[in-house]
Design a protein around this ligand. Structure first.
Ligand code: ADP
Length: 479
């Protein structure tokens, strides 16, 4: 790094961070993107709540104040945990048995306020606080509402990333006093949203810059179809919204290095991928036939993920000569549906749980990976499966449209199979199209190799964020 460059200090706030705790892609991003930034000379610290279910094994954790624990990840990235027994010492992050915790507003108000107090206690004055999703959305609001005259906080800029507009942190108006904000903030130009409190709206209105996790989703959320009621608010901040794709961490998501899979492989020894297939078939009590295509799906069970069209298609899909392995957890509505289907079709294996190890086996052992999402802000599954040479079959929406390109036999182009219409018929047709190519012993390995060579690491997204941070702070950095 050149002598005249000043390091950017950045605080990264997220409600879940790998390797400590994860319910979805936000955790992957929060645990890997800051590490990518630190490689570019950004001085970054991470803050999350001290949940009961944190996995801290193998980390040296220090108590550094009455309610703060700290440790490090990566080279030396500091991570801080905010403790509050009543709010965070319970199973589950946001809900239990599918029902949101009644005190979620209080819990995340506490997290946001304590995060702002923490930086002063640490005497760490970040140039930027990078907030993620509704859990952290009050930080930009509090900075303007409570701290605009405090010289410690005054010049701190904020970036707010929307990972999924479908989750807004909406609470009854009667709880507004919990936020500690003056009544004026509960207005059309503030956190009020159809008579309720909307934290995400606060983040959108008060942050200096807003990003979301793919260029296509950045456009989609400004439309009625995808805006979840906030399209007008978003259009009002159009100039400050940027769509930057998420990346993935190839130290974890790479068949060459991954320690959990049955057999490591690369494009040089693709045949070893099929050791993983046999292992997966064995684990799932499916006939161990190497030639039969395996279709994997690893997903939160949420309506966003296109599971209604997937479930409706299962009777037709399972008539085809293939095996299907599903790993998913979430909305119990889908548990029964998939459980019943798995009893009817013996080539459909269903695992209703959150299981990181099994996820690795599915990415490595399947031939194809399906994501029929109704909407998908970015999606990590398709990027992970590409790296594992497991060909994604996706619906053309959000980040899926930005990362998976339809296979064109004649041009030798594309890295997966893409369909548009949100119907079981369109899904079955695209799967049939993929199966046809799978049978082509020349074309399929070429497609697999092309998929594995695609680069969805953090390099390019981190550089885009660096440009944004540089623009916001006036400080330069290495890119
Ligand atoms: P979202 O964040 O909307 O859930 P993404 O595709 O962005 O979707 O990220 C999902 C991440 O969570 C991926 O790393 C995926 O492998 C993982 N995942 C989802 N469901 C499960 C599950 N049941 N068990 C293990 N990992 C899961």
């Amino acid at each position: 790094m050149g002598g005249q460059e000043k390091k950017i200090d950045l605080l990264f706030c997220a409600s879940e961070v790998v390797p400590f705790i994860k319910t979805g892609g936000l955790a992957d991003v929060a645990g890997t993107f800051p590490l990518a930034l630190s490689k570019y000379g950004i001085n970054v610290k991470i803050v999350l709540p001290y949940y009961r279910d944190l996995c801290l094994e193998g980390f040296e954790v220090e108590k550094i104040g009455t309610n703060i624990y700290s440790t490090t990840i990566g080279e030396n990235t500091e991570v801080y945990f905010i403790e509050h027994p009543r709010y965070f010492d319970r199973h589950g992050l946001y809900q239990h048995n599918g029902v949101d915790f009644a005190d979620n507003l209080e819990r995340f108000v506490y997290y946001c306020l304590e995060t702002l107090r923490l930086i002063k206690r640490l005497n760490f004055k970040p140039d930027i606080i990078h907030c993620n999703d509704w859990h952290t959305a009050l930080i930009p609001v509090y900075l303007k509402a409570f701290y605009s005259d405090d010289c410690f906080y005054k010049n701190i800029k904020t970036v707010f990333t929307i990972h999924n507009l479908g989750y807004q942190g909406v609470f009854p108006a009667e709880q507004f006093s919990v936020t500690g904000l003056k009544k004026e903030f509960f207005s059309v130009s503030g956190l009020e949203f159809y008579g309720r409190i909307n934290l995400l709206k606060g983040g959108i209105l008060f942050a200096d810059k807003i990003t979301t996790v793919s260029p296509t989703y950045a456009k989609e959320i400004q439309t009625v179809e995808f805006g979840c009621g906030l399209e007008g608010v978003l259009r009002g901040r159009k100039k400050d919204i940027f769509g930057i794709l998420n990346g993935i961490n190839y130290e974890q998501w790479d068949p060459v290095h991954n320690q959990a899979i049955a057999q490591n492989y690369s494009i040089k020894n693709l045949q070893d991928k099929y050791v993983n297939k046999t292992k997966l078939q064995c684990m799932q009590n499916l006939p161990q036939k190497p030639q039969i295509p395996v279709l994997g799906i690893v997903t939160r069970l949420a309506s966003q993920k296109g599971l209604d069209i997937f479930a409706e298609s299962i009777p037709q899909i399972c008539l085809l000569d293939l095996q299907v392995v599903l790993l998913g957890t979430g909305d119990q509505y889908y548990d029964q549906i998939f459980q019943d289907l798995s009893l009817r079709y013996d080539n459909f294996a269903v695992n209703l749980k959150f299981a990181s190890q099994l996820a690795y086996h599915i990415y490595a052992g399947s031939d194809m990976f399906v994501m029929p999402s109704r909407y998908e802000p970015c999606g990590l599954g398709q990027m992970i499966s590409l790296k594992f040479g497991t060909i994604p079959i996706v619906r053309k929406t959000g980040g899926l449209a930005d990362t998976v390109f339809d296979y064109k036999a004649s041009a030798g182009r594309g890295n997966g199979f893409v369909f548009k219409g949100y119907t079981p018929r369109a899904l079955v047709l695209v799967i049939k199209r993929a199966l046809k190519v799978y049978k082509d012993k020349q074309a399929w390995p070429k497609l697999v190799m092309r998929a594995m060579l695609a680069d969805f690491s953090w390099d390019a997204p981190a550089k885009q964020y660096l440009r944004l941070y540089t623009h916001l702070t006036g400080k330069s950095c290495v890119c």
